[in-house]
Design a protein around this ligand. Structure first.
Ligand SMILES: *Cc1c(COP(=O)(O)O)cnc(C)c1O
Length: 376
């Protein structure tokens, strides 16, 4: 029988193997349709993905700012080019796609975050997987905003999936976790060996909390996705060109508060407000329903009509907590510029929790009405 060092008869030392972690990895591997590894955080998983592929070219556009910081660290002291997702990809020198573990500096790595943080808009993963492989490169998808069962990037040909397990896998805002998943066992084993050395494993107690969370994950995620789609529809009805329900006061409708809403359920987008940087800017005719199912990401963004409204609205709501992070059972709302420097200060990000959708709507109507009354 082939030796399985990641699954030994006896656990000797927790940097290598640990019982709770092994169990959680087996459950997540089954959920994702691959072999899963847990890391101490989403960003330590991202750093491990870069160390694994050793790219000399990275194609990326926007997305979670912390991943760009990790890339910056990886690039320090190395000769790495950062190119745009839609640039031409240089053909990988060294290990071609599908080759064994002969990674050398020379690989082209395509890094796709989908759905995109903070807007919840989806990218055409299949399109970038085909382009990456045509250049003998690899593609990693940061799928944090659409965890299983909403999206299966392996079905669209990606080599590796990354998640911040801190978000929907954890689901209760009480643990920090990273996940990498691959379909190839040889690559999984290689990554496992690297992790055994660099020690980027999660704490055992956090892993125990994660196992607790996995038991309710499909229930949570499907409900959050469903509620998010309903809220997106409601908020979109408050934009300039739309007609809201009769119970919505006219003073908060017709774009007076909500200028734009972004979410995969609103793609393909009719209007491309190009002055806003943080939106999906590629594949405008792409319909995400073939790659992202149910109601789409439970996290989405909106553009508020002015900066002052965007600053106060999070603090006028009762059900939504004004805080960063996403994926927990409580709904959160955040003026994104506070956590992510350089963003348009009118952008708010909402992470939908498990509250009743009608309660959330009533809360939003009351808070927006107060906003307009007090700040006009
Ligand atoms: C939160 C997040 C990360 C980073 O994960 P941590 O667990 O905080 O290290 C990476 N990508 C996306 C899309 C995220 O939302």
């Amino acid at each position: 029988m082939e030796e399985r060092p990641e699954n030994p008869d006896m656990h000797v030392y927790a940097r290598y193997t640990q019982e709770t972690r092994l169990r959680a990895e087996e459950v997540i591997g089954k959920m994702m349709g691959g072999h899963a590894l847990l890391y101490s955080s989403g960003l330590s998983a991202a750093a491990s993905a870069l160390d694994f592929y050793m790219p000399s070219t990275i194609a990326i556009r926007r997305g979670y700012f912390g991943v760009h910081e990790v890339i910056r660290k990886y690039c320090a002291g190395r000769n790495v080019s950062i190119i745009d997702l839609d640039d031409e990809y240089p053909v990988t020198q060294g290990a071609p796609a599908g080759n064994n573990l002969d990674f050398r500096h020379g690989t082209t790595l395509v890094w796709v975050e989908s759905p995109l943080n903070p807007t919840g808009e989806a990218r055409n993963i299949q399109h970038y997987a085909e382009r990456a492989h045509a250049a003998k490169g690899y593609i990693v998808v940061d799928a944090t905003l659409a965890p299983p069962p909403l999206q299966d990037p392996f079905r669209h040909g990606v080599d590796m999936i990354m998640h911040s397990g801190t978000k929907y896998f954890g689901g209760h805002s009480d643990l920090l976790m990273g996940i990498l998943a691959l379909q190839r066992y040889d690559q999984f084993k290689h990554l496992w060996e690297e992790r055994s050395v660099n020690g980027r494993v999660p704490g055992n107690f956090e892993t125990y909390l994660l196992l607790r969370s996995l038991r309710t994950m499909p229930l949570r995620v499907l409900r959050q996705s469903d509620t998010a789609a309903k809220l997106v529809k409601f908020l979109y009805s408050l934009t300039e060109t739309q007609q809201p329900d009769s119970n919505v006061p006219a003073q908060i409708a017709h774009g007076r508060v909500v200028k734009q809403v972004w979410h995969s359920s609103l793609q393909p987008r009719a209007t491309l407000e190009e002055e806003v940087e943080d939106t999906v800017k590629e594949n405008h005719d792409f319909d995400p329903s073939s790659q992202i199912t149910h109601g789409g990401s439970p996290t989405f963004g909106m553009l508020i009509s002015n900066e002052n409204y965007a600053k106060y609205l999070p603090h006028y709501l009762s059900y939504f907590i004004p805080a960063t992070s996403l994926g927990g059972v409580e709904s959160l709302i955040e003026q994104r510029v506070i956590a992510s420097p350089g963003m348009d200060p009118r952008i708010l990000r909402i992470s939908v929790g498990l509250e009743d959708v009608e309660d959330l709507k009533v809360d939003i109507i009351a808070a927006m009405t107060r906003l307009v009354n007090e700040h006009s």
